[in-house]
Every structure is written in C-alpha cells, then in structure tokens.
Ligand binder design. Structure first.
Ligand code: NAP
Length: 348
C-alpha cells in the first residue's frame, strides 16, 4: 500500500484535527489504497519537528500549547518552515497557517517553496488561492505536482472540485453564495428581534464570531472566496480588490423587519456573474432575497452556494462552512485528489 508522508505547516485547530483523525484511525484510508504518515510539523508556538520514520501523533497532540518540540529527536524551538518544507522527506505539504489578505503571507511563501521543490500542496488558506491562484497552479504544473485547496471556500463542504468535475458539462453563468456563517447567523438572529450589536455579541459568545468580527461582517472574508469562485469556475482573472464589497453593518433592525413583512430575508451574498459580453463581475453585498430564492432558506451558520446553469437551472449545495474537523475533511479530500493525480501520472 502506498504511504504518503505529510508535513503539517501550522499546528492549530485544523491541522491538529487532521492529526487526530489520522491518529484515531490510521487505517481510515486503507480502502482508498493509501496510508498517511506525518513526518514533520512546524508551528510558531511549538517550533519544528522532523522524524522521517513517522511522528507519534498521540504524543505531540498531548503536548500543551506553550510547550516546545525542542528536546525531542528532530525537534527545535524555531518553526524552520523553509528548511522543513524544502528538505524534509514529505511528499505532501499540508498548509494551515495564517494568511494576510493583502500579500498572502506567510502561507504563499510556504506554498511556493513546496511546489518549487516538487511537493504537492493541500491547503485551507484562502489568501494564496485568491491572490496567486493562477501562478501557483502553473508552478505546480511545471513541477509535476498538484495544488489543492478545496477548504478555501466552504471548509469541508465540496464546492470547487464538485463544480469542476461534476458540473463540467453545464454552462455556468453565475455563482451566488452565503459564504460567511457568522454574518448569516447574525442576520438570522436579527429576524428573531435582536439588534445587530446583540446578535454579534451572541455570535461571539457561541464562538462563531471572532473577538474582532470586522472581516466576517464587513465582507472581506467573503470577498476572497468570491474571487476564488470567479477565477476557478467562471474563468475570470480577478484580484480580490476588484470585488465590490459591502458588509452587513449598515443593516438595521427596521430593514430586517420591513423585509420580513414583505416575505424577504436579508443575506450577505457573494456573487460572480458572467455578463452577456462575457465579462465576469463579482460583488459582496447584503441582498433581501424573496422566499423562493434558493439561498433564502439557509439559516444559522450554514453556508451554501447556488450555481446558475443552462441545463439544470439553479443547483444549490449547502453545508458547514467552518469548524476544525469539517475543515480537516477538506484536507482529506485534497489528499485523495493528490492520490488520484499520482495514479494518473502512473507513480503509484
Ligand atoms: N477553522 C476553520 O473553521 C477554518 C475554515 C476554513 C479555512 N480555515 C483556514 O485554515 C487555516 C488554519 O485555520 P485554523 O483554524 O487551524 O487556525 P489556527 O488555529 O489559528 O492555526 C494556525 C496555526 O498556524 C500557526 N502559524 C501561524 N503563522 C505561522 C508560521 N509562519 N509558521 C508556522 N506556524 C504558523 C499558528 O501559530 P500561533 O497561534 O502561534 O500564531 C497556529 O498554531 C487558516 O488560514 C484559516 O483561515 C479555517
């Protein structure tokens, strides 16, 4: 059976969840014909650890945050990302660190180092895909590897690969989505009578919203996802800054009540649409949807994407758009895509 060696870059919520899934059931992928071995981990807090024979995941998962890999065989207190990505015996770099929406760092450097040294990359980071998707896909192709990023748009709920693989025979004219669970939760609670501020406080208490919810409510999180959908599925070449963006902060309790009285529901809609002249325009803005719209009934922190197609009409997918384990599943689906790539290349 083929064994893929993984290097986990970033050891926070998502990569720990992936490590836990592998540790709990190492034979989980046996039916697919491969097994996974983690040979390296780097993290700002823990430092780096490289063990070519395989890291004991239960041991590292039991280490409290604040402790260091220094002192373990192959361990160091510095993250040493570049060295680990380029020189460790990993076949697949699992990138789940932080990303700046302005320059995509540090994640984009991690991805470039990996692809440039002929290693596959799977990532849940939006930034590198939204800002440099084409360049990185091209770099992967030139180096005979693949760059996979299903989790960048809707966490573990398949959207990108689903559309590329299964909707390929359809003409796609638009993609609309509810792509931020926090803002959808807040708008839903406003329909139950809460003010914007109270709904935000509740979302924070439940762990849906960050202490600083600006990126969620202001639309900048969705803007990156819309740029990815426009570029990946509608063949556009947009930078996130070209996606006209308005958040939900301007929506008042009166707006929500007025809409409800007319059978409408406010949603933060990310949209990419091909005009009759072939140009793709993209936006993020609050829209009061009529009840018959495919996205009007999406409630709570759930995410959804509706594809406008020629033969099926509107085709809609909904599911979780966040969560550690859910997002770790996106990495698993990416690793399965890597395995399929290797099989097509006759390397396994
Ligand atoms: N969690 C979700 O529901 C979800 C859903 C979709 C996409 N994502 C994306 O997936 C990625 C990971 O999410 P997460 O929830 O796991 O975040 P997280 O818990 O904050 O984990 C990120 C980890 O990466 C570390 N890190 C940051 N910069 C690093 C660097 N330069 N070198 C090495 N390690 C570094 C962080 O260390 P420090 O804590 O010390 O900074 C942290 O341990 C993010 O890009 C996120 O946007 C997450």
């Amino acid at each position: 059976m083929k064994t893929y060696n993984l290097a986990l870059i970033g050891f926070g919520g998502v990569n720990r969840a992936l490590a836990q899934l592998i540790a709990d059931d190492p034979s989980r992928f046996a039916a697919l014909g491969f097994e996974l071995r983690v040979v390296a981990i780097t993290d700002l807090a823990f430092g780096s650890l490289v063990q070519g024979g395989g890291i004991n995941l239960a041991d590292v998962l039991s280490m409290p945050r604040g402790s260091s890999f220094e002192g373990l065989a192959g361990g160091s207190s510095d993250p040493r990302n570049e060295q680990v990505i380029k020189d460790s015996p990993a076949d697949i770099i699992v990138e789940a660190t932080f990303t700046s929406p302005v320059d995509g760092e540090p994640a984009v450097s991690h991805v470039r180092w990996a692809l440039g040294t002929g290693k596959h990359v799977v990532t849940t980071n939006k930034g590198p895909v939204a800002l440099f998707g084409r360049e990185l896909t091209d770099l992967a192709r030139r180096n005979g590897v693949t760059f996979e990023y299903e989790g960048a748009v809707m966490s573990g709920t398949p959207v990108i690969r689903l559309a590329k693989k299964l909707l390929g025979g359809l003409e796609l004219s638009a993609v609309q989505g509810i792509l931020n669970g926090t803002s959808n939760y807040v708008l839903g609670r406003m329909e139950n009578g809460l003010t914007l501020d109270k709904a935000i406080a509740e979302a924070q208490a439940l762990g849906y919203a960050e202490a600083d919810p600006t990126a969620d409510l202001g639309g900048s999180d969705v803007r990156l996802k819309v740029a990815i959908l426009a570029n990946e599925l509608l063949g556009a070449n947009l930078q996130p800054t070209e996606v006209e963006t308005t958040g939900i902060q301007g929506i008042s309790s009166d707006d929500v009540a007025d809409a409800l009285a007319h059978g409408k529901h406010w949603k933060l809609i990310g949209e990419a649409r091909r005009d009759s002249d072939g140009r793709v325009a993209a936006s993020v803005r609050p829209v009061a949807l009529t009840a018959d719209h495919p996205l009007a009934g999406i409630t709570g922190a759930t995410n959804a994407v509706s594809f406008s197609t020629d033969l099926l009409g509107a085709y809609t997918v909904s599911g979780p758009g966040a969560g550690r384990v859910e997002t770790a599943y996106a990495l698993i689906s990416d690793i399965i895509a890597v395995d399929q790539f290797e099989k097509v290349a006759n390397r396994v």
